[in-house]
Design a binder for this molecule. Structure first.
Ligand code: ADP
Ligand code: MG
Length: 475
């Protein structure tokens, strides 16, 4: 019996029994790519690579099947822990031909760089993330509650927002990845109510949000509630924010933009059907599932924003109220508003996706920003919009109507002619429901346009006057 090897069973898997790093470890590597495994760093040097003689050979079947496998060097990089005059440091030495990257920066063959707590290591390609390094002596997490640290390890910051920080988290044992949103309850205040009162309401809201299930809405996987803090564990998405994507690609071509917008619209429709208004729609709160252009999108940061003082919400709009609906601006956030505010914000997002610049701008000389928004002074100058269809522009105009009562009803956004595109819908549905033949609810019949419901005239008629009254801004 003793001779029976058990090796095969656990080979290539992280030992799920082992929750804590071993006693003598000075660091730990968490896997970011699926072909890598978690490991404790105990020795002073480690070599990593394709070669079988490395301390950490990339020899699992998963590693060999990976598209980058051939691009790894026999010895791709080394980690060396050294005592120097400034104390103990960990160095990463790049020994590869195709490069080793720390936080997206190539180290370079024959060069070394200090590796810090939470640094990300990528191999051969900047995007091919392998590990995140945790310096066990950095001990940054001493302020975290034991309920959290016994289940999770928090690593680097993924993003920051109105409520606070979002960090990459790994569950202990399985190394499943999450995004952990860290919220200080002191920030909750509305109309003078105390933070304590608010906190219980927030928990009630979290319960509702936890029950939401939609492929385009970030799922809440776990919540840890302490007297001062709230830790929300969210499904992790790895393609970054829509905002950064738009900046990096300049703008979306219409068919890709439409496919992404359709997903956003179905997600917001779903939220509205559950009685939830997002209130804080902007490209930073639309996350992308992957680096591909055509990808699944996930709306985040919903529902909780109403617990943050409206005044502070306005301040957090990156200093500018680019996405704020006019009715919020008008009442400085103190009025009662409806889900129509989401319609406006999504219209602004669509404008930006298709043009690469915002409809309202601080740089405009003739009118300040609030005046532009309150008056709905935006336009579609030919030089930036010549490749965009009139139907797309028509939808933007209907979503960005200043009077919320005359704005297109959100339910009708999905019925707009621009979105009656079978090819686009089938692509989106495949991304949203990859594992089933199941489709999203079938198309609703396209309702006849109610001429009185919307101030907007067909795009053709308005073009000239709108363009004259609002000269093209410099994007
Ligand atoms: P806030 O309420 O503080 O604005 P968000 O939910 O918008 O919080 O998160 C702030 C930032 O953190 C996002 O813009 C994004 O960069 C990052 N982030 C949030 N959720 C996730 C997630 N599930 N996966 C990856 N990154 C995320
Ligand atoms: Mg946010």
């Amino acid at each position: 019996m003793d001779a029976l090897p058990t090796q095969d069973i656990v080979d290539g898997e992280f030992n799920s029994e082992e929750d804590e790093p071993s006693q003598d470890a000075w660091g730990r590597l968490f896997p970011l790519g699926s072909s890598f495994v978690a490991m404790d760093l105990v020795n002073d040097t480690y070599s990593f690579g394709r070669g079988e003689t490395c301390d950490v050979p990339f020899s699992s079947q998963a590693a060999k099947n990976h598209q980058c496998f051939q691009a790894y060097s026999k010895v791709h990089f080394k980690l060396v822990r050294k005592n120097t005059s400034t104390g103990e440091h960990v160095f990463l030495e790049d020994t590869s031909s195709n490069g080793t990257f720390i936080n997206g920066e190539k180290v370079g063959k024959g060069k070394k760089q200090v590796l810090n707590n939470n640094d990300e290591i990528a191999l051969a390609l900047k995007k091919n993330k392998a590990y995140v390094f945790m310096d066990l002596n950095a001990n940054e997490d001493s302020s975290l509650p034991p309920e959290l640290t016994e289940k999770y390890t928090l690593t680097r910051v993924l993003g920051r927002g109105a409520c606070g920080e979002v960090r990459l988290a790994f569950s202990k044992g399985s190394c499943d990845k999450f995004a952990c949103k860290i919220i200080s309850k002191k920030k909750f205040s509305v109309g003078g109510k105390t933070a304590v009162n608010m906190a219980s309401q927030v928990m009630g809201e979290v319960k509702i949000l936890k029950a939401l299930k939609h492929p385009c809405i970030i799922g809440i996987e776990d919540v840890i509630d302490t007297p001062d803090m709230l830790y929300i564990f969210l499904e992790l998405v790895e393609g970054g924010e829509l905002f950064d994507k738009v900046v990096s690609i300049d703008k979306y071509d219409e068919s890709t933009g439409k496919m992404l917008f359709f997903q956003m619209a179905t997600a917001i429709k779903y939220l509205h059907d559950q009685g939830i208004t997002h209130r804080d729609l902007k490209p930073e709160n639309i996350l992308l599932n992957s680096d591909e252009l055509e990808t699944l999108i996930k709306v985040t940061d919903f529902g909780l924003s109403k617990f943050i003082d409206a005044g502070s919400i306005m301040k957090t709009f990156c200093g500018t109220p680019t996405y704020l609906a006019p009715e919020i601006l008008l009442t400085a956030g103190s009025g009662a508003y409806t889900k129509a505010i989401d319609c406006w914000s999504l219209g602004v997002i669509l404008f930006i996706m298709l043009s690469g610049y915002p409809p309202f701008s601080d740089e405009r000389k003739d009118m300040d920003l609030p005046k532009q928004i309150l008056g709905g002074h935006y336009s579609f100058p030919k030089q930036y919009w010549k490749d965009v269809s009139e139907t797309a522009i028509d939808l933007i105009k209907k979503m960005m109507v200043v009077d919320p009562k005359k704005r297109i009803d959100f339910a009708d956004v999905l019925n707009h002619p621009w979105l009656q595109d079978e090819e686009m819908r089938s692509k989106a549905n495949k991304l949203m429901y990859p594992n089933s033949g199941k489709m999203a609810p079938p198309n609703m019949p396209v309702p006849k346009r109610k001429a009185t419901e919307n101030e907007d005239e067909p795009a053709q008629k308005r073009k000239s006057s709108a363009d004259i009254s609002t000269p093209p801004e410099t994007p």
